[in-house]
Design a protein around this ligand. Structure first.
Ligand code: ADP
Ligand code: MG
Length: 253
């Protein structure tokens, strides 16, 4: 059965897109999985990081959400082997019209249905808020990967994330599970990183992924070379950490 995972945190800059696209590539590369990456963030970062010219899209995710074209026509196969349903900033302009559509919370879930049998994993890169797009991502997913960066404000955001998941479970009746909380942008030379990590571990216990993503220049540079970290810096700490995450996510049921 297809495993559907949203990469979600309302805070920006925590590594959602970095995690979504590297994980997608890793699942193809090391586990020979068939992976679809959905970019439901108007910033379009995960599609761009895989080399998609996001400014030249004739169709994109918003067209499938608005039922203008079947989603099968929006899928782009990238050289990494990951299939992507891309977006760009024009998705943001559709937020109000989409919010007025009947069944607005499940537009993505419904649009995705015809694609599911083609993929082992669907990963969804979320925007940094809890608007209609993030709700669509969560409603279309079985589990959520929550990257949290090692900053004080990262910790403060946890309560908001939990509220959002409660909304999905209790008000929208969708039993989404936490696949794992991922410590990101960890800097071992920095005491704050260690303190935030300890608090996070204390709060989430077994729900934490064992993998931890270090802050590295290579992870920051890789998208500008249209490549995942496994190609851009295969021997480095970022590739090692994301490789470990691939193993953990592959095991997730
Ligand atoms: N582990 C990391 N080390 C160094 N830079 C990172 C790391 N994770 C993310 N970044 C950089 O930080 C910025 C925000 O990351 P991004 O993945 O786009 O976050 P989000 O999608 O949560 O907004 C990007 O420039 C990205 O390259
Ligand atoms: Mg992002």
């Amino acid at each position: 059965m297809t495993r559907k995972l949203a990469v979600f945190n309302m805070k920006g800059g925590v590594g959602k897109s970095t995690t979504a696209y590297n994980l997608a590539v890793g699942l193809v590369r090391f586990k020979q999985q068939r992976v679809l990456l959905i970019d439901i963030d108007p910033q379009g970062n995960s599609g761009a990081a895989l080399g998609i010219p996001i400014w030249q899209l004739s169709v994109q995710l918003k067209d499938a959400l608005q039922r203008r074209v079947p989603i099968t026509e929006v899928v782009v196969t990238t050289s990494s082997g990951v299939d992507v349903v891309p977006s760009n900033i024009t998705l943001a302009e559709e937020e109000i019209p989409i919010s007025g559509m009947p069944g607005r919370e499940v537009l993505l879930k419904k649009a995705l249905a015809p694609l599911l049998e083609k993929y082992d994993f669907v990963l969804i890169d979320c925007p940094p808020n809890v608007g209609v797009f993030a709700v669509n991502a969560l409603m279309a997913s079985d589990g959520v990967i929550i990257p949290v960066d090692m900053a004080y404000l990262g910790l403060l955001g946890i309560r908001g994330i939990e509220r959002a998941l409660t909304l999905i479970r209790e008000h929208l009746d969708h039993p989404i599970r936490i696949a794992g909380v991922l410590a990101t942008r960890f800097d071992g030379r920095n005491n704050l990183s260690k303190e935030v990590f300890a608090s996070l571990k204390n709060h989430f216990g077994d729900q934490m992924f064992k993998s931890m993503i270090p802050e590295t220049v290579k992870l920051r540079e890789a998208p500008s070379h249209s490549s995942a970290i496994f190609e851009y810096d295969p021997g480095g700490a970022g590739a090692k950490a994301y490789r470990e995450l691939v193993e953990e996510v592959y095991q997730w049921q």
